[in-house]
Write a protein that binds this ligand. Structure first.
Ligand code: D5M
Ligand code: FE
Ligand code: ZN
Length: 595
């Protein structure tokens, strides 16, 4: 390995890792033959975000699609002919499916190049020579996945080593954790900041939602809008479209403009007392949502545009027979959010009481048994209050430094028993971008938390624990829906969550307070129906069910700020929902009670 190339290789590798792109050693060498390798890598990162089906492996075939003459010339010339054998092209350190098993790695261990790349990766991860060399973990933007296994969790050994004072032994300690991160946008958020990104996002949203809609048993087929517009007779039609406009007419009917990839069409849904179901759905239709309409098409006549008189309207919804997967083990998950550490209003005594509860120090035998079953905790955003999140927030902060806020968080959470897995996903107060989807909080802020075993993930994400999927979404759009749909209100976040499930989208309308990032893929679609749907943000707790999906809004650990007062939000701090993964029985632990 040429020493003078090492730094360039490191920079290139780091750039690719940060963009979630995997690279094989010959391709890495290929860059060194370019005039300005680093600039070329930047261009490739940018260009690959526009290549359909790019699955994060940078192969020769992908390079062929990059529109840069130098890259194409070098590709044609020497190097790859000699070095990139056809099948080796796909050899990478990370398989897209996740961790490369050690046996898979052994297959390639003789490759000098791989060892070289491994050395660079290790030096990027700060691994010292004299330490035990860990198994190669996948290279990922998600820091929780690259952290070497041998970094010991420095959490206190409490409840787990001693029985609680009532002699309860935590059953969760007996079971190995079993989790998989099924969905996490971290490292996969490609944007060019151009108008086209919004277009791509809308097309992807439409295609994904239409596929889901077609799974409804009553939606067998739908006509393309341009085909309907060509009709010259009255005909029964059905259409799947995104709502471009909706308004109530003076007679109380609903007039809509629906759009698909072929055109736009007018639709009228009558406010018909005989069809209350239609009216109920129509009253909650917002712009940008995807719906299905059946009705009679009346073609254009006497200068009037053609229109569908709808007789049936549906949102995608959750199938009525949805059966949740249950865990085969008697373990539970506790869901929290919005601790707002650093805020003057952070209710530290309540959080400490929760941690005492987890350590089996609170309540009667029953409560301590409930505590002992908790194997997983999810923190769904606003762990810290952050800085500069809203005007004059500085006055509300008792810890005005973001790093000190995280330090305080790690001090508090280090008291949680070591056998409990903690997943941490960012909200709108974390130091990541405000637009959703959000990547996980950058490593520089969360090193201490990772050292105590936190797994950092993006928002939204899906975590599977023992077959049970939990959809984790901070809840930014809940307030938008509560403003737009008269029946919904902040005090009942569960009702709003049901509406998100019906739309199968986490932010089903644009243009309100929720910022949505323009990227090529819509991460906000609820394609996998979760067993548990967890939100926060509203600061008002709630728990409920919708068609066998368990719904939780995890409230907060912060009392009312002047900012919230100005919006009429009355928070409910210190109520923690806990769900049994094997039965979906839930309890709300009220830490304000003297139990
Ligand atoms: O949100 C704290 C609470 O304040 C939560 O109930 C949402 C509400 N909130 C936050 N921002 C706004 C705006 N702009 N309008 C209305 N209500 C709002 P947090 O995310 O913790 O700051
Ligand atoms: Fe919050
Ligand atoms: Zn929030």
């Amino acid at each position: 390995m040429k020493v003078d190339n090492l730094d360039t290789k490191k920079i290139i590798l780091r750039k690719l890792i940060n963009s979630g792109i995997n690279v094989s050693p010959p391709i890495l060498d290929f860059f060194l033959n370019l005039d300005d390798p680093i600039k070329s890598v930047d261009q490739i990162i940018k260009d690959t975000s526009f290549i359909p089906n790019f699955n994060s492996h940078l192969t020769k075939n992908i390079l062929k699609k990059i529109s840069n003459t130098e890259i194409q010339n070098v590709l044609k010339r020497t190097l790859l002919k000699a070095k990139i054998l056809p099948n080796k092209d796909n050899l990478t350190l990370q398989e897209s499916s996740g961790i490369k098993s050690s046996s898979e790695f052994n297959k390639y261990q003789t490759s000098e190049k791989l060892i070289e790349i491994k050395e660079i990766t290790e030096s990027l991860q700060g691994i010292k020579n004299n330490q035990e060399v860990p198994k190669i973990e996948p290279i990922s933007h998600d820091y929780s996945k690259v952290i070497p296994k041998f970094i010991e969790k420095k959490r206190k050994k409490t409840f787990e080593s001693t029985k609680s004072s009532l002699g309860i032994y935590p059953i969760a300690k007996e079971y190995d954790s079993n989790y998989e991160i099924l969905k996490d946008p971290t490292g996969k958020l490609y944007t060019n900041g151009e108008y086209k990104d919004f277009y791509d996002l809308t097309v992807d949203k439409f295609n994904q939602l239409r596929t889901l809609m077609k799974k409804r048993p009553d939606v067998s087929s739908a006509h393309n809008i341009n085909n309907i517009l060509r009709l010259s007779n009255k005909v029964e039609v059905s259409v799947i479209g995104i709502v471009n406009k909706i308004r109530k007419t003076k007679n109380g009917n609903f007039f809509l403009v629906l759009e698909d990839l072929t055109g736009q069409i007018n639709v009228l849904i009558k406010n018909d007392s005989e069809n209350r179901d239609n009216v109920k759905i129509a009253e909650r239709i917002l712009n940008d949502q995807l719906i299905y309409v059946e009705g009679t098409y009346n073609p254009r006549e006497k200068g009037k545009s053609g229109i569908i008189y709808g007789v049936y309207v549906a949102k995608i919804d959750i199938p009525t027979d949805f059966e949740p997967n249950k865990a085969p083990v008697p373990l539970s998950i506790a869901l929290i959010s919005d601790t707002h550490i650093g805020s003057r209003e952070f209710e530290e005594p309540l959080l400490k009481r929760f941690i005492d509860f987890l350590n089996g120090k609170i309540g009667n035998k029953n409560l301590r048994e409930i505590a002992g079953k908790i194997k997983y905790i999810i923190i769904n955003g606003d762990l810290v209050d952050g800085i500069g999140v809203y005007p004059s927030q500085r006055d509300d902060l008792i810890i005005p430094d973001i790093y000190n806020q995280f330090k305080k968080a790690s001090e508090l959470f280090s008291e949680i028993p070591e056998y409990i897995e903690i997943f941490y996903s960012p909200g709108n107060h974390e130091p990541v971008r405000n637009a959703i989807p959000r990547p996980s909080v950058p490593k520089k802020y969360v090193e201490d938390l990772i050292n105590i075993g936190f797994k950092t993930i993006g928002n939204p994400s899906i975590i599977q624990t023992h077959n049970v999927n939990t959809l984790i979404y901070h809840g930014d759009s809940i307030l938008d829906l509560n403003v737009l749909i008269p029946e919904l209100e902040n005090n009942k976040p569960i009702e709003t969550m049901k509406e998100l499930l019906r739309c199968r989208h986490l932010a089903p309308t644009y243009g309100k307070k929720t910022q949505i990032a323009p990227i090529n893929k819509d991460w906000l679609i609820i394609d996998i129906i979760p067993e548990i749907f967890h939100t926060g943000h509203v600061h008002i707790n709630g728990i409920g069910k919708y068609r066998n999906v368990t719904l939780v809004n995890s409230g907060c650990f912060q009392s009312q700020t002047d900012f919230m007062k100005s919006f009429g939000i009355n928070p409910t701090p210190g109520i923690v929902p806990i769900i049994e993964l094997d039965t979906f029985k839930s309890i709300e632990l009220n830490l304000k009670n003297n139990n």
